[in-house]
Design a protein around this ligand. Structure first.
Ligand code: ATP
Ligand code: MG
Length: 412
């Protein structure tokens, strides 16, 4: 269907004239052949990047040199970006990155890609060009390296993780045996990759609709402990229950929640993990809020939960609740205790979603006005009254709290 997208037709027409050629490449061809939604359309071309820019300008098309030294120009048509990349060949590789040169040979460009399902092209007329025997693998949903698996992994170790990610997304049955063996043998080379590349790829894997099978094979191949030594021995066994809960309750796939399901809620160890994999501040905070949030007790009262929300904020508690709920569901509906607990978790989740932090009605100025001299005692008095207000479930108003403050000042 995407062959008839007028914007795409325009890009291809622009490239397919005067001895140039452009074809849709990679993920877009793979997904459309598998009948899956196509996110973004990448295009490969025999034209040099400068020529792409020149042609775009002449046709009044916006061209952004997003990675011109790597051969990539982004053409924007009606707001849709198309990444147009000049055919390449590897000059040298060292496992971490490749020095590439521009080329004009489709076979060479196909063979430097990682997996057979990722190396198909589609011409402007819709013809699929298969230079690596990828079509049978599309058909059978086999994730397979192009050429010798060990060699391809030695060129770029990240391909180990890509193998499992694409298996999670598109593979069926067992992973390709040769690929799996090569990944297991080369697992130690993952340590040579930059943390950013490892985490970005791992995050995509964890964000797959169902990463469960891929994670099992990664554990089996020894790859999982290589990148996430924090993973508890049976950590990934929680994943199927989590996926089932996500489906039942309509939660979106969430890489951080899946990660939390696999590792211990230990703030120190998670700090180490976040540092090692160069998490963003927000990602590190997500894990920390989760680990800092208290465990959900089976008989937790809703008012007590409000106090936890006030102290911890909703994000960590929400993660706790989701994981507890998933685990309770997985224990089975025949278990009345698990059933009651999952009901509680659902109610608390709704409560956390609706929760707005109440604002404490007193300030330092009130404490000073009550006669406490400026200094550390002000904060101490304020938080003592705040504690009483929280313990009273936020019911007491300003007048009541001021009289509590007076009593507190007299008593201290
Ligand atoms: P997605 O839907 O995740 O974007 P994709 O197939 O487009 O899937 P990308 O990571 O965007 O994947 O890469 C685009 C294409 O570039 C791939 O389809 C593959 O052909 C090639 N490619 C990307 N990374 C590598 C790599 N490390 N080694 C070899 N080829 C790669
Ligand atoms: Mg892509």
């Amino acid at each position: 269907a995407w062959f008839s997208d007028p914007a795409l037709v325009r890009v291809l027409a622009l490239l397919n004239s005067d001895g140039g050629e452009g074809r849709v490449a990679g993920g877009a061809v793979r997904n459309s052949l598998m009948g899956l939604p196509v996110a973004d359309v990448d295009i490969a071309t025999t034209l040099r990047p400068e020529a792409v820019v020149e042609r775009a300008k002449a046709a009044g098309i916006k061209a952004v040199p997003t990675g011109i030294e790597h051969g990539t120009v982004t053409l924007v048509i009606d707001g849709t970006p198309f990444e147009v990349t000049t055919l390449r060949r590897d000059v040298s590789t060292n496992g971490r990155h490749a020095d590439v040169a521009f080329g004009t040979d489709w076979q060479t460009d196909a063979e430097r890609r990682d997996l057979t399902i990722n190396a198909l092209y589609a011409k402007q007329d819709g013809t699929v060009v298969d230079l690596v025997n990828g079509l049978p693998d599309i058909e059978s949903r086999t994730v397979r390296f192009i050429g010798d698996a060990a060699t391809r992994i030695a060129e770029d170790h990240l391909r180990i993780l890509r193998f499992f990610r694409f298996f999670a997304l598109y593979g069926s049955g067992r992973p390709d045996a040769e690929g799996l063996k090569a990944c297991a043998r080369a697992k130690a080379s993952l340590a040579k990759l930059s943390a950013e590349r490892v985490w970005s790829e791992t995050k995509k894997l964890l964000g797959a609709p169902d990463p469960g099978r891929a994670l099992l094979w990664m554990r089996q191949a020894g790859v999982l402990t290589e990148i996430l030594p924090e993973t508890e021995k049976w950590g990934i066994d929680a994943i199927p229950g989590l996926i089932a809960a996500e489906k039942a309750f309509g939660w979106k796939p969430d890489a951080m929640l899946r990660l939390a399901a696999m590792v211990p809620a230990d703030r120190e160890r998670l700090k180490t993990l976040a540092g090692r994999l160069r998490f963003s501040k927000a990602e590190a905070a997500t894990l920390d809020h989760w680990a800092a949030a208290p465990e959900i007790a089976p008989k937790l009262a809703e008012t007590a939960f409000d106090r936890l929300l006030y102290r911890n904020g909703p994000s960590g508690l929400t993660m706790r609740l989701k994981l507890a709920l998933a685990a309770a569901r997985a224990r089975g509906l025949g278990d009345p205790e698990a059933l009651a607990f999952s009901g509680l978790c659902q109610r608390l989740l709704t409560r956390a979603e609706k929760w707005r932090k109440p604002s404490f009605p007193l300030t330092g100025a009130d404490v000073l006005a009550a006669g406490v001299p400026a200094g550390p005692t002000v904060g101490a008095a304020l938080s003592a009254i705040e504690d009483e207000w929280v313990a009273g479930n936020f019911h007491e108003d300003r007048a009541r709290l001021l009289s509590r403050l007076d009593a507190f000042v007299k008593a201290n």
